[in-house]
Design a protein around this ligand. Structure first.
Ligand code: ADP
Length: 484
């Protein structure tokens, strides 16, 4: 039990290391936050691109309109150079936060809205291509600007190209706008993450409630309230855990109960001979002038009781020793027939006293890997019982047999037999069919429990068949070779 409580403490300690809440909440948050961040990033990228594209298309259209106007006005030939066109060019450059350069057929700049390159030559690839009738449009992502070249036609019916309009415009304005949007989006994302965290915390608390409940009940059990109802139906998992723990607790209770029963049986058994001794001694003392014969008779009874007490103690010690899980088994090759012969020889005087005939039937010679001392104790108990619970002038037949795997020792008697309903219980410690008779015969009530334990230690089995009033047969089946 103490061990059990220690284990509970360890469980609780480990529980406080990483709560299940943490991974569950993290999963919920990750599944919410990651898709949200990815989606908004993709959307922001697409929005930035479409804004730039729209701006470029718009500027191109405006340039074409401006170019047509210049064609109509014969701007490049200087037909109408009153400054109206120049201010229109300047206005457009300002609107798009850019620079417009007009180049004539000699590749000379005739108008520059920045007024720094007028009369200089500009022979760029785009300009040359534009003179061949190809408009161009280029976007520089790193420096955030785009450049477009649009041809300016002359106003003759032949429609030759007489100049080129080159505009370079910055997209910083779009980027600034996008930065503002981005800030708002990040703020919204943070807000959403916070809401997700709070929701996840609330959801996790609800999800883990049955586990919490179970833990609370188990803590009560650990504190000693073994009868606490720990069934928790919240989930299949909690139900299964509570069932498994419930079964363990029932087993623990059974073990605890049988231990208590054993202790009370032991105390009772040990007390009985002492009570008898006290009664005998008291009555001797209360008598005056006791005749020697009576004195002797009482002393013999006292001596018998002492023998019984010492047998109970010996048997108890033997049983407790064998009950230990690390109980040793000292194996050696033993001649089973010789062993049984020796037992019968030792018990013959007791049998003779009750006029019980002891018969040994050895069907074949048997040698096996056994613990000689323990097996001898087990067989002796059976033969002793067969003599004790026999009728006067009855018989006990011990048969030794074997096959290729096991050997068998059968102890049959012509005694009082054992009622069917008691047959399962007689192997329990201190269990007796007829309490009075068993005590009279000096039994400790532990003989069959010891025998069964020895047989189990040898990985064998014991079987009983008996009919009340007709006799009993106990059969041991033990492997010839012990396999660990
Ligand atoms: P005990 O010391 O009382 O003999 P055991 O454990 O050897 O204790 O036996 C348990 C009980 O089983 C006995 O009290 C007796 O009632 C019954 N028993 C055992 N062997 C026999 C037998 N051969 N014939 C009839 N009853 C038996």
């Amino acid at each position: 039990m103490e061990n059990g409580i220690k284990r509970w403490h360890i469980f609780r300690l480990q529980g406080s290391l990483v709560s299940l809440k943490f991974p569950v909440a993290m999963l919920l948050v990750l599944f919410g936050v990651i898709p949200m961040v990815v989606c908004t990033q993709v959307l922001m990228g697409a929005l930035r691109q479409s804004q730039t594209d729209a701006r470029m298309v718009e500027v191109q259209n405006q340039c074409q309109i401006l170019s047509s106007k210049m064609t109509r006005a014969g701007y490049l030939r200087g037909d109408l150079r009153d400054g109206t066109m120049d201010s229109e060019i300047q206005a457009m450059a300002d609107v798009y936060n850019g620079r417009i350069v007009i180049i004539n057929r000699d590749f000379r700049i005739i108008q520059d809205t920045f007024h720094i390159a007028e009369r200089r030559f500009l022979v760029a690839e785009e300009v040359v291509r534009c003179f061949q009738g190809e408009s161009s449009s280029k976007y520089n992502k790193e420096k955030h600007y785009f450049a477009q070249a649009v041809p300016i036609y002359d106003n003759t019916p032949i429609k030759g190209i007489e100049g080129v309009l080159v505009i370079t415009a910055s997209t910083e304005g779009i980027l600034t706008l996008m930065d503002v949007v981005q800030d708002k989006v990040v703020f919204m994302q943070l807000l959403m993450t916070l809401i997700l965290f709070l929701t996840a915390a609330a959801v996790v608390t609800v999800l883990l409630k049955p586990f919490k409940e179970l833990q609370k009940k188990l803590n009560q059990v650990a504190a000693g309230a073994l009868d606490t109802d720990i069934s928790t139906e919240g989930y299949r998992e909690t139900r299964e855990i509570s069932h498994a723990v419930g079964n363990t607790i029932s087993k623990l209770k059974e073990v605890d109960q049988s231990r208590q029963e054993f202790v009370s049986n032991v105390s009772h058994e040990l007390k009985t001979p002492i009570t008898s001794i006290r009664v005998l001694a008291d009555s001797l003392m209360s008598m005056e002038e006791v005749p020697v014969e009576l004195y002797r008779e009482f002393m013999e009874d006292i001596s018998d009781e002492i023998d019984r007490e010492s047998k109970i103690i010996d048997d108890l010690l033997a049983l407790v020793k064998m009950d230990k899980s690390e109980a040793e088994i000292n194996l050696s090759q033993v001649d089973i027939v010789a062993l049984v012969k020796q037992i019968l020889k030792r018990l013959r005087p007791i049998a003779n006293r009750r006029k019980v005939e002891l018969i040994l039937e050895s069907i074949r010679g048997v040698t096996a890997d056994v613990d000689e001392m323990k097996l001898s104790l087990a067989i002796s108990n059976l033969v002793e019982n067969a003599i004790k619970y026999n009728s006067m002038e009855g018989w006990v037949r011990v048969t030794v047999d074997a096959d290729h795997k096991f050997f068998y020792v059968k102890v049959a008697d012509s005694g009082i037999g054992i009622p069917e309903e008691e047959q399962d219980r007689i192997f329990e410690r201190f269990y007796r069919v007829d309490k009075a008779r068993s005590r009279q015969t000096g039994g400790s009530g532990l003989g069959l429990a010891i025998t069964r334990r020895v047989v189990l230690m040898h990985k064998g089995a014991i079987r009983l068949s008996s009919k009340e009033g007709e006799g009993s047969t106990f059969t041991l089946r033990i492997p010839l070779n012990y396999i660990a």
